[in-house]
Design a protein around this ligand. Structure first.
Ligand code: SAM
Length: 255
């Protein structure tokens, strides 16, 4: 088999939704702790940055794509208040079960946990005021990200906003080398120490390297008709996509 063919085959496997689902089903027992310890708590900050890029008004409907264990939900719920609604989507049934167990009863707003593929969910058209997502982009191929962008456009109401954040490969060489060493070597070791499967944590490094940064995928969002900007955090160790569905609300002509 030629090198190009084997590379395509690897891509086909690692971006297959059932492969990704199994990966996170397996990681769910240790994901939260490994994530927190291996990032020295920085991942929490990056989730906050993600939410602070946009306004989340009380009473609105917010969709959290690739929700995991619902890590964004506490801060979103605080902003939404009792009249608000969160639809938290994840493809992994075990992650969804954890989200259900950890989150649902603690919030005053309505939380609906939906086990679904974010690329083809049953969320109705024009139903979300806001779409958010933390660390859920890297396990998609470029083609899947194009599909995701179309889905974000479909489910957002006109003038609805979105914010995504993802761990990224920083552009500066002096930072990139130690950062990749950390991703590829140290995180799997931490995963093993905390009783996870190091191979699964190694996969996260592989996805992150292939993903690069949000600069690589911003055109997919723009081509879907979403006004989108890239944000960079911590010298590009994380990047974000922030934007809105630019169509006017019915009855509000553009000026
Ligand atoms: C790295 S975790 C991020 C979880 C969480 N948002 C956080 O901040 O830690 C990525 C999550 O995306 C989910 N996921 C991956 N592909 C998906 C898809 N096609 N549809 C829905 N969820 C998906 C995985 O099951 C996993 O829970």
């Amino acid at each position: 088999m030629a090198a190009g063919e084997s590379c395509e085959l690897v891509q086909e496997i690692i971006y297959d939704p059932s492969f990704v689902q199994k990966l996170f089903d397996e990681m769910s027992a240790t994901y939260g702790l490994v994530n927190l310890v291996s990032s020295f708590g920085v991942c929490r900050k990056w989730r906050q940055y993600c939410l602070r890029q946009i306004e989340i008004s009380s009473g609105c409907t917010t969709v959290d794509l690739m929700t995991g264990m619902g890590e964004l939900c506490p801060e979103v719920a605080q902003r939404l208040g009792p009249q608000g609604r969160i639809v938290a989507v994840d493809i992994s049934p075990v992650m969804c079960a954890q989200a259900q167990q950890h989150q649902k009863s603690r919030f005053s707003c309505t939380v609906e946990i939906m086990e679904a593929d974010a690329l083809c969910s049953s969320i109705p058209d024009d139903s979300a005021d806001v779409v958010v997502s933390s660390f859920g982009l890297k396990t998609f191929s470029l083609r899947q990200i194009e599909r995701l962008a179309q889905e974000v456009k479909r489910i957002l109401k006109p003038q609805g906003t979105f914010s995504f954040v993802e761990i990224s490969v920083p552009p500066a060489g002096w930072l990139k080398v130690p950062y990749l060493f950390y991703l590829n070597r140290l995180i799997p070791m931490i995963g093993r120490l905390l009783l996870g499967n190091p191979e699964n944590y190694r996969m996260l490094g592989i996805y992150t390297r292939a993903f690069g940064s949000c600069h690589r995928v911003v055109s997919a969002f723009r081509n879907a008709g979403l006004e989108t900007e890239v944000r960079s955090f911590w010298l590009g160790c994380a990047t974000g996509l922030v934007g809105r569905h630019a169509e006017q609300l019915p009855g509000h002509a553009a000026v």
